[in-house]
Design a protein around this ligand. Structure first.
Ligand SMILES: [Zn+2]
Length: 928
């Protein structure tokens, strides 16, 4: 070939390439990205250059705007609609429905991978499931699988509704992955399976998008006091939707778990928004003690890789380490950490919408240092003021995700090998470390809670066996030579958060399931059962109660079983003629051979069929007995009409309360400020429950500033997702003094008010809890832990079914106190030692003859440690203080808890304290 023709050919190739790329890059899109990015330093190279596809519509083509355009946010339906379009036009993407939310919206997952990989997904899943359980394969087989399997990268978006950017960003990322010809993107598409949960909380997404268009889009400054979030996200759960990984109670969590188990993703990355400008998780520690060191190393390597990649593109303000700890295992991403994968998250700076705002970072501090300070973990901090746009947020998040996807593609074998190795490590530790196994006795005070515990363990895919000798089924056994051994140990043993930890924990620090559920779990050093007698539990475990004894009436020996109140409501509904009574004292029967304690339930007129149905449905053991003698004191159980109150500024815990009531079959109505103002509460309600709510007394009375009002939260044609689960024509202004007066009147006229945790302080401060004063426990630091409480008023029906001393779950809620002469109002105290002023004086007393020494032995209380699981600093300041108070108010009463017995559907052991208040409300107001 002649030189000239050779040159010509080269020129031709060059020209063609040039023309080809010039045609393919979407320069219009690029131009808008640049226009909407507020500073060239906030624009990484990796998010430019989307290509024009002839078959696949870009976000701009589909929506009419690029992603991150000012003033634009999309609903869940619109987002799924776009993915549907991508799936229809590209062989590299598919979308499948996973499940349905509480409000009926679909939850979909999107799978992005090359056309060839898409055809092998079932094989992929099988191989990953084998790696997840090293017992099923040899080392050689594992090696082969590692060589032929693609890592799965699971992206979770929009879990927290006002953190609005990630569901937008992932649409652009998906388009990029399936259309780009760039070698870096092709490498991801060909070597990784990208699973996307486009909108983890669709119910909340739609409420928030409506909120943005209804209210916040028109606001010019960010920090103007206007609420940035819709009052509700899901039907029940707000920000705690990222604290549901132990309970797995909400539809969105079940969907996340389902996707996890379907894929066994190698990496899971959850996209949040809060801190400036982007945080990539490792946490400060202390790290959860049961997490394999490999995972801890992977957190560091991957975070530093991503930070470095952003630095290489010149992005300021990226940091790692100084946020969150890495201790609590119940965040969404911990489904990955708990099951030997890698769970990570980003926090990108966000404006809770698509407005551009001048943001002030001056007061933002993390791990003690200003977010604008240069640190080893933040090499290039942002300026104290930043003009921040929605597109900036999209740029940062996307550049980070692309970096992490590239890391995963480049290190696929190592990551898969680590995943397999962690499973192996678990099994080996299970064989040689202690405990050897856990035994959960079959016969316990509330067998339905035993069944519940087993169900919860199995939701985590922890294997459970049952002793089965052929003749009878018996105790449950958790053998520990299984791939999720560490998780079983974490959930069933005590936590010990280091007292000297440099930073306060990010959340609860204890979760020992046995205590939380009131179920005895025995820790054994070795397995004493013959393996042949252990059968794997594969069907759902449900406890169906039994009926024993003989006689015409029915009795339930009460030990604070969870479902007794639900059973009582069911009986009242179906057989109103049945007389339901609660024993007010111990009844000894069957010629002294049997007895039932106070609090036990006695039914007159219950048919055998109905008794059987109740026993089975509610998992309660009933006993047939002969008629109770008239002399035994008992009260007719008058089931109350219950209202659960919520504010408009904090719906988190009332949501959990509603959820718990519904799960436990206890009917209620929702109440809010409008109901208080309307008054006449006694005609509609017997009991009002005020679940924990944040803020001060002033917040409670005034709620959202009325200068923003009227602020309707109503369903309209334009805002169809609003008005649920409760609605109002004006969210502002609170109940005011008029509403508070009606609440007080409700109690004075014979209502029972129950307040939980911080709400009890609010009741005391607003004068609804006569004689309850604030107690400042100086130096007390009490993050969510399990601690001992002691009964002070034996015989109080609030404590029916509970022993003299028992563990409860308690967080950092405020304490209250009563004067010494009023200590009768204290039903339950923390710890088992008396307050200082209650310690009996045993020195000489003038005017009284000296006592002979040794005549009277001081009654000593056994020294039971206060802390059961978790950590408490300066516990001496809380021991002896009141955990539950009963305060008479007029003809009614307030039962004030200084902890939350309805915490996140976790501490179910404590919930019967609330059920007791409801069952015995007439006794508590002194009516019976
Ligand atoms: Zn978040």
């Amino acid at each position: 070939m002649k030189i000239s023709s050779c040159l010509f050919l080269l020129l031709l190739i060059f020209a063609q390439n040039n023309v080809a790329s010039a045609q393919m890059i979407d320069t219009g899109y690029n131009g808008k990205i640049k226009m909407y990015t507020t500073d060239a330093r906030f624009l990484p190279e990796s998010v430019l250059n989307l290509e024009i596809s002839t078959s696949v519509p870009s976000p701009e083509k589909y929506f009419g705007n690029i992603i991150g355009a000012p003033g634009v946010m999309h609903t869940a339906r619109e987002i799924y609609g776009y993915y549907q379009q991508l799936a229809a036009s590209s062989p590299n993407l598919q979308m499948n429905r996973v499940s349905t939310t509480e409000e009926g919206r679909p939850i979909y997952q999107v799978v992005v991978a090359s056309k060839e990989t898409q055809q092998q997904l079932e094989q992929q899943k099988k191989q990953l499931a084998l790696l997840a359980d090293p017992r099923k394969i040899t080392a050689a087989e594992a090696d082969k699988i590692i060589q032929t399997t693609k890592p799965v990268f699971y992206l979770n978006a929009g879990l927290h509704s006002p953190e609005m950017g990630s569901p937008e960003m992932l649409m652009e990322l998906a388009y990029r992955l399936i259309t780009s010809s760039s070698p870096a993107i092709r490498a991801i598409l060909n070597q990784v399976v990208v699973v996307i949960n486009p909108v983890a909380e669709p119910d909340g997404r739609d409420k928030q998008v409506d909120w943005y268009y209804r209210y916040t889009k028109s606001r010019n400054t960010f920090d103007d006091g206007f609420p940035r979030s819709s009052p509700y996200w899901g039907k029940y759960v707000y920000h705690d939707n990222n604290r549901d990984g132990i309970q797995v109670s909400q539809a969105l969590t079940n969907a996340i778990f389902q996707m996890y188990y379907e894929w066994h993703p190698t990496v899971m990355l959850d996209l949040h928004e809060s801190v400036p400008l982007i945080y990539m998780s490792t946490g400060t520690g202390p790290y959860n003690e049961t997490i394999d060191p490999i995972t801890i190393g992977e957190w560091q390597v991957m975070a530093n890789h991503d930070i470095t990649t952003l630095a290489a593109q010149g992005l300021p303000g990226a940091f790692t380490w100084a946020f969150y700890d890495g201790w609590y295992p119940g965040y969404g991403i911990w489904v990955a950490n708990n099951h030997n994968s890698i769970g990570r998250f980003y926090e990108t700076f966000g404006n809770a919408g698509a407005n551009t705002y001048m943001r002030d970072l001056t007061d933002s501090k993390y791990a003690g240092d200003a977010v604008t300070s240069r640190e080893w973990y933040r090499p290039d901090p942002a300026t104290p003021l930043v003009n921040w746009s929605s597109r900036n947020n999209i740029n940062y998040m996307q550049a980070g995700v692309l970096a992490s996807l590239t890391y995963t593609a480049d290190n696929a074998r190592q990551l898969l090998k680590n995943f397999y190795q962690k499973g192996l490590n678990n099994i080996q530790r299970g064989k040689k470390d202690k405990p050897g196994c856990f035994v959960i006795p079959y016969a316990q005070k509330d067998p339905s809670m035993v069944a519940f515990l087993i169900k919860q363990l199995r939701k985590q895919q922890i294997e459970v066996h049952q002793v089965d000798t052929g003749k009878q089924k018996n105790d449950y056994v958790i053998l520990l030579d299984q791939p999720y051994r560490n998780l079983a140990v974490s959930l069933l043993t005590k936590q010990s958060f280091p007292k000297e930890a440099k930073f306060p924990p990010y959340d609860d620090i204890a979760w020992t399931m046995g205590y939380l559920y009131g179920v005895t779990v025995k820790q054994e050093d070795s397995v004493s059962f013959s393996r042949g007698n252990l059968k794997p539990v594969s069907d759902p475990v449900v406890y169906k109660g039994n009926i024993s004894g003989a006689g015409t009436q029915y009795l339930l020996k009460y030990s604070a079983q969870q479902k007794v109140l639900a059973a009582a409501y069911a009986i009242q509904k179906n057989n109103p003629s049945v007389k339901q009574q609660i024993l007010a004292e111990k009844w000894v029967f069957a010629a002294g051979k049997d007895s039932a304690l106070a609090g036990s339930i006695y039914w007159e007129g219950l048919s055998k069929e109905d008794a059987q149905a109740i026993a089975q449905q509610f998992g309660l053991d009933l006993q047939q007995v002969s008629a109770i003698p008239n002399a035994i004191k008992r009260n007719v159980m008058k089931l109350p009409r219950v209202g659960i109150y919520h504010t408009w500024y904090n719906t988190q815990d009332e949501g959990w309360a509603r959820y718990t009531f519904e799960q436990m079959g206890v009917p209620y109505v929702s109440l809010q400020k409008d109901d208080l103002k309307r008054g006449d509460l006694n005609s509609r309600l017997d009991v009002i429950l005020i679940p924990r709510t944040g803020g001060s007394a002033s917040d409670f009375i005034n709620e959202i500033d009325s200068r923003f009002g009227p602020m309707p939260y109503t369903k309209t044609e334009a805002f169809p997702s609003h008005g649920y689960p409760d609605s109002t024509n004006d969210m502002t202004g609170g109940p005011g003094f008029a509403g508070m007066a009606q609440l007080r009147l409700f109690v004075e006229k014979g209502g029972l008010l129950i307040s939980l945790d911080n709400s009890t302080r609010i009741m005391a401060e607003t004068g609804l809890a006569d004689g309850l004063d604030i107690y400042d426990a100086s130096g007390l630091f009490h993050p969510g832990s399990i601690v001992m409480a002691k009964v002070r008023q034996t015989g109080s029906p609030v404590l029916n079914g509970f022993p003299a001393s028992f563990p409860i779950f308690r967080g950092n809620g405020p304490l209250l106190q009563v004067k010494k002469y009023d200590r009768g109002k204290m039903l339950l105290q923390y710890g088992n030692k008396p307050l200082k002023d209650e310690v009996e004086y045993d020195g000489p007393i003038m005017g009284v003859p000296a006592k002979g020494k040794g005549k009277e032995e001081a009654k000593s209380t056994p020294d039971v440690p206060y802390l059961v699981s978790g950590m408490v600093r300066n516990e001496a300041t809380i021991i002896g203080q009141g955990a539950i108070f009963q305060v008479p108010v007029g003809k009614g009463a307030l039962i004030g808890f200084t902890f939350d017995p309805l915490h996140r559907f976790l501490n179910l052991h404590d919930a019967p304290l609330v059920w007791n208040c409801l069952m015995n409300w007439e006794q508590l107001i002194g009516k019976q």
